[in-house]
Each structure stands twice: as C-alpha cells, then as structure tokens.
Write a protein that binds this ligand. Structure first.
Ligand code: FHN
Length: 615
C-alpha cells in the first residue's frame, strides 16, 4: 500500500489506484468551467491526448529539499522558501548558482515521447516567483533566468524544450503561479520576504494582476504555448475578477491556448478552483465519478512515491517511485472516466530526469504502442460504477457503431469477458495485441466474449468489442443492493459510491475498498427497505497492526456506529465484526462509511457490509 506524506496548501491528498465509480452519467459540477465558441476547437488535441508529462523544475531543485539550517531535515521540495522559512534574500542566492549543465531538452522530450506522452507542461514560474525564462518583466526585480549562470551563457531551457517538443509533435505547455512569494506587489506578502520589505513597494493586487498578465503575455509571445496551467489561486487576495481579466488578455492574445481552471476561483477545494478556464484539475487523486459528460479534466499525479513535485534528495536517494501498476492504473482509470493524466517528474539541479523513473515511463509507452488505440482519442467508458475486473473506454466508429475497449487488469478465470448491462448487439471482438477474431454474443442482458487460453496470466490487456449503434452513456447495470430471502442486505464494495479516493479492488469474497488514505474518503450505499425495522450491521474489513485503534464510523441519518479497528492479519484478510444496531425506516436508506481517526497508513480495507434483521 502506498501512502502519502506531504501536504501543501491546496494539495488534496488522496492516492487512488483504481478509483471506483461513474464516468459518463454523474451530474456535472455547477462550477465546471464555462465554454465559449472557440472551446471545441481549442480542446480537440487535449481530449485525445490522455497522457502528459508535468515537470517541476526551478531554483528549489538546488537545495533539493534539504533544510538550509538543519541538513537532517529533508522534508522539503518546491515549497522550500516557505516551508524552511528561508529569508528571500538568502533564497535569491540560488539564482546565482542555477547552472544545469546536464540539461538536454532532446533527452527530456524523448523520455516523454517514449512514454507515449502527448504533451509536456513545465514550470515556467513556481510560487517562488522566479521566471525560468529571460523575462524582461521579471528582470525589473532581477528575478529571472537572465540572472543565472545558465541564462548568462545564453541558454533558454524552455525554448530548447519547446523546440524538442515541436520536433516530436508533443504539445508544449507552461505552468505559471499566481501566488508569489517574491513579488513586492503580491497581496499576501510573507514575513520572510525581506527583499520586498526593503523595496518600499506596497502590495497592490491590481498592479500584481498586471504583472502576471505582462509575464504571461511575454511567455505567449516567446513560446506560443499550447496550454497555460495556472496554480496558486487559493489565497484570498486573488479574486475572480483578477482571473477574468487575465483570461481575457490571454484569449485576446491567442484564443487557441487552453487554460486550466486554476486561473479563477472556486469553492471546490479539490479542484483548485472552477468556473474560469477550460478544464478541471484534480490533484493527486482520480475523481470517483469523473465529472460528467462533457466536463474535461486532467488529474496531476507525482511519480515520486512520497508525493513530491520538485526534487527531494532523500526521495531521490531512496529511488522512491510509485509502482508500475499504479502508473498503469492512473492512465487506464482516468481514460475510463474521460480524463487525462499529467504525470510529474522533478528533475535534478543538474538538469536530469531521475533515471529510475525512466524504465517506468518506457514500460507505459511500450504498453501504449500495443494498446494505445484504447486510450488515445477514446472517450469515457460504458460504466458508471467501475467493474472490479478492469475499465472500459469507447470510440464512435464511422459506420455508426461503437467500439468498446475492455481493459482487463487480469484474465478472468473462466475465460469469459462479461460486459454486464451492455444491451447493444455485439458485432465483432478482438484482442488489441493480435490473434483471431473472438466470439462475442448477447447473453444475460449483456455481452459475453470468449477469450483464448493465451490471455491467462496477462495483465492490462485489451479486448475491443464493436457493438451496434451508440452506447447510451452508461450500461444498464443495477447496482442497488437488494434483500435476500431472509431479508439480509449484502452491501458490497462495488455497490458503493466512493468519494476522495477509495479504490475498489479484489474479487468475490476478497472484494474491498482500499487505499483509504484520506480522512475525507467516504463510501455510500443506497438501498430500499420494504418496512421499518432494526438491523445488526456486520462489517468485514482487513487491517494490519499499525492501523490498530483507528476508528471508522457508519452513519445512517442521525445514527452513528463507530468501529474501532483491530488488525486482522493483512489488508486483504477480511474478517467480520458486529458494529451495532441500526433502525432503518421504510423506503430509501443511505449508509455512509467515514473515518473518525487513523493510525498508520489507513484505517483498513473495507469489505462487504451486511444488514441482518434483528429478530
Ligand atoms: O503548491 C503547488 C504544488 O507545489 C504543485 O505545484 C502542485 C501541482 O499541481 N500544485 C500546487 C498545490 O495545489
């Protein structure tokens, strides 16, 4: 189980692998960005691209997270100036040392291309306010690449990277901060910003917005980015009207540039803002239900196993990286929900992408060479609640039919792929990695595809199934738990609507909701009872020793049943405990599982709940 370590102000810390639940049918968020006439044209490449590389690289890469006063404290990264309380006058000295002599834009772009990534988004300015290009605007504060030995040697890493991207048909995108710990104009000036204090310039957000605008327009003129990825919009001094003015200026300069939602303000903390811009940006988590048809989104994720964005020396020395299966699951799960993956690397101060990341990226690219048809250009899959066996994506074909791609995490033991609830007539089926056509037939209200014996033992393989006509958003699956003949409800993990990262995993008795690494993670079951009565709630879970004493709660109306976790001998070892009695009224009921307190990495993996009528 992988766990998170670090939280930065607006960072939503949830780490799902295969988050469960709806793609196409969820209700769009009220604050989904508004669309203008140029939106469809602008967004075309983005909707098809699916995978991009995020790069966090700047002056903070020099200390690489090691505290300037206490070298034993290695828990910092791109937030260095803020989290180590370094005076800005000291931090400025890193600019005089920035000389990434090993930087090779061709190599970076090639790594991205080999990973099957279709765009690169690099930090042109992070929260330290340092312009990673020779900016005339930032030169006014002597705070740009021009000041560095690298800049003085005539190098422009953003331009070099852009050229390397252009050569490969990779879209080139720039990250730009709003929150600025250096500019004297920024409204929420830090006590550590002694440089601004000495400047005698007063914070002024109207002037600051103009400064951001001038910087961004300079970038547009110099680099013609395909997308601008704003961040750091959460502090109170940045208002919606600042975002709107900035967006208007960008649209006027070049309406083809995609702009993420963090240019504006929003109430949805997880998404870093809404309403303005072109698409939503969940961070370090995959939304359980996507955001509904037509709402574009991209989840950014760190490759770092410890969730650092900028390089961290301890992380680097430990070769900390998430697992291959996690990367694959991010990409597959996001595609199934209609989203993109923006996977982050934090290069070294010398200018190298950590070498131990590269094989993982390459493996993803190799998989995409065979199976990319299921990902690139695809749209959300046929299921709202995701099946335990894998994910689906879809494409409309020119002949009016729909190709459903079933991406199977593992081969089914009985050799049959069951696309439950898919009521369209099957036309043909095949494995994307080759072989004879497969037999696909309508069966039990769905489509059954007989797989060859050769798939046994394979992971993440794709079956393409053509079905007649349009698939109406969501296959007709009934996921509402029903009482059995003794009146017992089995509320299975796959029946739950999950929020904030709970992940459906395992099959049969081992099915569970795992990666409960966020205290905000919830699972909700909705079902109907014929009459009011009392039920004993039985809860199956698996937990390891460090989680002992964690408390989860089951809430129904105003009734709350706490369960104190006891280790069961393993995350996957489901053991059933009685939680207590719930009095349920007749009609629709909801039971919500939530976290009260956590010891260790997560309280437990949650298995099936049973409601047993009290006699
Ligand atoms: O504060 C930043 C963080 O350093 C990093 O850049 C991430 C990437 O999405 N965004 C912010 C936190 O939401």
């Amino acid at each position: 189980m992988t766990i998170l370590r670090r939280l930065s102000a607006a960072t939503l810390l949830v780490l799902p692998l295969m988050a469960a639940v709806p793609a196409c049918s969820a209700t769009p968020l009220a604050e989904a960005p508004a669309k203008d006439d140029t939106y469809p044209e602008r967004m075309r490449w983005f909707a098809d691209a699916k995978s991009g590389m995020f790069i966090h690289w700047g002056l903070y890469s020099i200390p690489a997270g090691i505290h300037w006063k206490n070298p034993a404290d290695k828990g910092h990264a791109e937030w260095y100036v803020e989290t180590t309380h370094m005076p800005m006058s000291e931090y400025e000295k890193f600019a005089d040392r920035f000389n990434p002599v090993k930087f090779d834009a061709e190599k970076w772009a090639q790594i991205a291309q080999d990973a099957g990534m279709k765009y690169i988004c690099i930090t042109s300015m992070h929260h330290d306010g340092f312009a990673m290009w020779p900016s005339k605007v930032s030169d006014r504060d002597n705070w740009s690449l021009s000041r560095t030995p690298f800049g003085k040697a005539g190098r422009d890493p953003l331009m070099e990277l852009k050229k390397a991207c252009d050569k490969r048909g990779i879209k080139f995108c720039l990250y730009h901060t709003i929150m600025d710990w250096h500019s004297p104009l920024y409204g929420q000036r830090r006590g550590t910003n002694d440089v601004a204090a000495k400047s005698g310039i007063a914070p002024d957000m109207a002037k600051f917005e103009q400064y951001v605008e001038d910087s961004v327009l300079e970038e547009i003129e110099r680099y013609h980015p395909d997308m601008l990825w704003f961040d750091g919009n959460w502090e109170g001094c940045w208002k919606l009207e600042h975002g709107q003015k900035l967006l208007d200026a960008i649209r006027k300069a070049d309406p083809s540039i995609i702009v993420n939602n963090r240019i504006g303000k929003g109430t949805h903390a997880k998404l870093g803002g809404g309403m303005l811009g072109d698409y939503l940006t969940p961070e370090q988590f995959i939304p359980a239900q996507g955001f509904g048809k037509g709402v574009a989104f991209e989840a950014c994720m760190t490759m770092s196993g410890r969730n650092y964005w900028g390089i961290n020396q301890a992380d680097f020395d430990a070769k900390s990286v998430k697992s291959q299966q996690q990367f694959m699951n991010f990409l597959i799960d996001l595609s199934a929900k209609g989203g993109n993956m923006l996977l982050n690397v934090g290069p070294t101060a010398e200018g190298e992408i950590p070498a131990f990341y590269v094989p993982h990226l390459k493996e993803m690219g190799d998989w995409l060479k065979v199976n990319g048809e299921a990902i690139y250009g695809s749209r959300a899959g046929i299921y709202s609640r995701q099946p335990a066996w894998g994910r689906t994506t879809t494409k409309r074909l020119n002949n009016g039919n729909t190709r459903v791609y079933a991406i199977l995490f593992d081969a089914p033991k009985d050799g049959i792929l069951k696309l439950e609830g898919l009521t369209n007539a099957p036309v043909k089926a095949m494995l994307l990695d080759g072989g004879a056509p497969l037999v696909a037939e309508a069966k039990d209200g769905g489509v059954a595809v007989t797989l060859p014996a050769s798939v046994q033992g394979k992971k993440n393989f794709v079956v393409a199934v053509d079905v007649a006509g349009a698939v109406s958003g969501e296959a007709a699956l009934d996921l509402t738990p029903k009482a059995d003949k003794d009146g017992v409800f089995a509320l299975r993990p796959r029946h739950a609507a999950t929020e904030n990262g709970l992940v459906l995993q395992g099959e049969g008795d081992g099915e569970n909701l795992g990666f409960w690494t966020s205290k905000a993670g919830t699972a909700t079951w909705t079902f109907k009872t014929a009459a009011a009565r009392a039920y004993m709630l039985e809860v199956a879970y698996g937990a390891e020793k460090p989680s002992d004493g964690s408390v989860i709660e089951f809430v129904s109306g105003n009734q709350v049943l706490p369960v104190t976790i006891k280790a069961t001998g393993g995350w996957e070892k489901m053991t059933t405990f009685q939680a207590g009695t719930l009095n349920l009224p007749a009609g629709e009921n909801k039971i919500v599982a939530r976290v009260k307190s956590v010891n260790g990495q997560a309280p437990c993996n949650l298995g099936t709940l049973r409601l047993v009528p009290v006699k």
